[in-house]
Design a protein around this ligand. Structure first.
Ligand SMILES: NC(=O)c1ccc[n+]([C@@H]2O[C@H](COP(=O)([O-])OP(=O)(O)OC[C@H]3O[C@@H](n4cnc5c(N)ncnc54)[C@H](OP(=O)(O)O)[C@@H]3O)[C@@H](O)[C@H]2O)c1
Length: 265
């Protein structure tokens, strides 16, 4: 019996890494469901991928900061008989500033997008994947997942959550035929910095990878069933060094880097 084409839902597909991840899965011949707030950007990407890959693409605009959004997406797809094989939890954003000064609303919104909706969507779609013994979840974490981040405290904490959740679920899923991967990008050229209200330093600009390269690394890692994929040698070295250095030093250095990012040193 021929297997049906893979269906992949990508959140945050309207720009940056999510847009490029959608392109990777479209190139595989998968059917795509694109989620983000910017309907026009999603439609433009859908048109592009249909032309380039003859892909079957559905655009589903949603604000993942709304607590009801994941349930609405799941119910809509269930009602349409659409079985999601791969969930790409990429939507997310950061905010620069100290914890006590950044607006509370913005920080709570970040937790809802980066943590709550990611958890909610994963919990809704994973059981179907397990029962079909097919597919998996690709979560976009960060090199921020590996240490506390003074100057972006909530962002770093949300990304630590994503990494730890991914690793734990991956262990629980052994032998199920379903995999979970955390992609951990370092600095990447996207709209992330303008959304975070900051300016990348010259060091950051030099070290930054393209969204295309980062997405390709995440896509390959997911296809291979790897649990953690840190994008790029420099980022792997930094992530590894946080394990060897004293925590007091690690958090200080992260704070310096974030302060340097802010003042463009
Ligand atoms: N760029 C970096 O240096 C970097 C490094 C490490 C990790 N990351 C992670 O990579 C992921 C993608 O970010 P990016 O760098 O590609 O930045 P980006 O270009 O700003 O893309 C962020 C995406 O998330 C979506 N999004 C944000 N808030 C949303 C909401 N409330 N509801 C639905 N979608 C929402 C945005 O779409 P709409 O605005 O259309 O809603 C957009 O598609 C994020 O999880 C980020 O934390 C980025």
């Amino acid at each position: 019996m021929a297997t049906s084409p893979e269906i992949v839902l990508v959140t945050g597909a309207s720009s940056g890494i999510g847009r490029e991840l959608a392109r990777c899965f479209a190139a595989d011949g998968s059917k795509l469901i694109l989620v983000a707030r910017k309907r026009d950007a999603l439609n433009a990407l859908a048109d592009e991928l249909r032309r380039e890959f003859k892909s079957h693409i559905e655009v589903l605009p949603a604000d993942l900061a709304e607590p009801a959004a994941p349930g609405r997406i799941f119910d809509y797809l269930q009602a349409a008989g659409t079985k999601v094989d791969v969930l790409v939890n990429n939507a997310g954003f950061g905010a620069k500033g100290t914890f006590a000064e950044l607006p509370l609303d913005r920080q709570m919104e970040m937790v809802r997008v980066n943590v709550t909706s990611l958890t909610h969507l994963t919990r809704l779609f994973l059981p179907g994947m397990i029962s079909r013994r097919r597919g998996g979840v690709l979560n976009v974490a960060s090199t921020a997942s590996f240490q506390p981040g003074p100057g972006m405290a909530v962002y770093y904490a949300t990304k630590a959550y994503v990494l730890w959740l991914t690793e734990a679920i991956a262990e629980e899923l052994a032998e199920t035929g379903v995999t979970v991967t955390a992609l951990c990008p370092g600095p990447t050229v996207t709209n992330f910095f303008s959304a975070a209200g900051g300016v990348p330093s010259r060091y950051f600009e030099r070290a930054a990878m393209s969204a295309e390269e980062v997405a390709r690394i995440g896509h390959v890692a997911f296809r291979r069933g790897r649990v953690i994929a840190v994008a790029g040698f420099r980022n792997r070295l930094m992530a590894f060094s946080t394990r060897l250095a004293p925590r007091s030093l690690v958090r200080k250095v992260a704070g310096w880097l974030n302060a340097a990012k802010q003042s463009n040193k």
